[in-house]
Ligand binder design. Sequence first.
Ligand code: PHE
Length: 426
Amino acid sequence: MSLPLVGQAIAFCRLSAGVRELGGTRQVLTRFRSGEAEKESPASGRDRRNRLSHQRKVVQNLCGGADGLQDYLDFSRHCYNGASTTMLDESIQELLSRSLGRIASANSLEELEAVRVDALGRKAGLTQFSKEMGKLAPEERKHIGQLLNSARQQIEEALESKKQYFAEPDLRARLGAEWVDLTLPAPGPRRGHLHPITRIQRELEDLFVSMGFAVLDGPEVETEYYNFDALNIPAEHPARDMQDTFWLDGGNVLRTHTSPVQVRGMERLGPPLRMIAPGRAFRNESVDASHEHTFYQLEGMMVDREVSVAHLLFFMKTLLTAIFKREVTVRLRPGYFPFVEPAFELDIQCLICGGPGCPVCKQSGWVELLPCGLVNPNVLRMSGIDPEEWNGFAFGLGLTRLAMMRYGIDDIRLLQGGDLRFLEQF
Ligand code: PHE
């Protein structure tokens, strides 16, 4: 029910009560006619007159005729006005003191906002009262207007100061927390570290340099000759297939292994020769936990007089002990690589699962780590070295695999994934 209707209903009840109290309608009308209530201003507003006129029928009997009725209407207007003003006055005071009370006991900005909406909102409180004002006589309007303004002002001020009261500890806390000591030295750039593969590579370089080996580098984009032909890899070998190798325009390849650096080393340095060649190699693999299209190898080669498998094994064992700093279980299997003869696969027992099988060792318990063998005489010959005078061994260590074994990494993709959460563990 809207406020004007409530006001109207209450005013009417008060009027009736007043009439009864004064001893009946006739006496009231007489007093009214004699001018006792004349100080009050006349009613205003067409709607109020309309509202009053519907009572015409009801009071006609009481007032006894048209004269009496006119008196009653005048009186009724007067009473209605007075009652309405008093009521508005009381309601405003009541709203004011209730709002101030709520503001004082509010514990949050939300509560304050609720008070603001109830008291000053467009559809409530003081705004509704000020709509009522239009129906009042000018003097009343002035009085109620002042009352409304002062109530509004008091509520607004109370809201504002309570808001500030809430904001103060917040502000103090923020100033405390965001305090900056400009005299402290800056933390400086974060220190990084070498990638685990680079670390192993450098350790091995040091080891082999200490044994008289040169560290060589070769191109990652290779010619077909260095990657395949000079290594005695026949034209029909599956490694030449598009499925295994990234072929580039013009017949070059992304080197599929570091072995072409053997050839470059032999050509450039000649025998006797001890060299290693660490670096990246690429294969057209579908990537999974143990296969990457890009991986690291460390090629090794020794060419000298009367080099044997015993020499080969000595260097391989020295290498593995240096890397794992403990005995690892190894096995030697016959292998096949066109550029070594005899060829071996040196496997180590899987250090991730210790034997029973896991994705890294393809459930076999062994990891192929060190393919090796004695250099095929054809390869020496193609590089201009006389196989009657010289021979040698070569090996191709999987650096990526080695890093996985040493650090217990069970997914090859982590190594080149660039995820700092992974890399920062080393
Ligand atoms: N190049 C061979 C490969 O990548 C490994 C290897 C190198 C084998 C040297 C024997 C000797 O598979």
